[in-house]
Design a protein around this ligand. Structure first.
Ligand SMILES: [Zn+2]
Length: 96
């Protein structure tokens, strides 16, 4: 009987610890979510108002959301492909 009580005490303690862990986990996830929300925010280049990620235009002055900066490689790729197309068109124009 006394042993059962001891076991029950251990189980209860375990449950309490688990509940505490879950609570901490919930709070941690909540904080992560808040951080992610902050990361998605963007500052208006015109009035510097901080807009939420969902906004396509500035809430204050309706200025469009600035385009996200791309990696330099992307820009170089698009420029070189344009250059090839332009030179190709030029050659064709000369032939015609
Ligand atoms: Zn603005």
């Amino acid at each position: 009987m006394s042993r059962k009580q001891v076991l029950k005490g251990i189980v209860d303690k375990g449950k309490a610890e688990e509940a505490q862990r879950k609570k901490e986990e919930r709070e941690r996830k909540k904080k992560e979510k808040e951080n992610n929300t902050n990361a998605g925010k963007w500052n208006c280049v015109v009035c510097t108002f901080e807009n939420t990620k969902a906004k396509k235009k500035c809430q204050m002055c309706q200025a469009p959301k600035p385009a996200p900066k791309r990696v330099a490689d992307d820009d170089a790729g698009s420029v070189s492909s344009k250059r090839i197309r332009t030179s190709g068109g030029g050659t064709l124009a000369e032939l015609n």
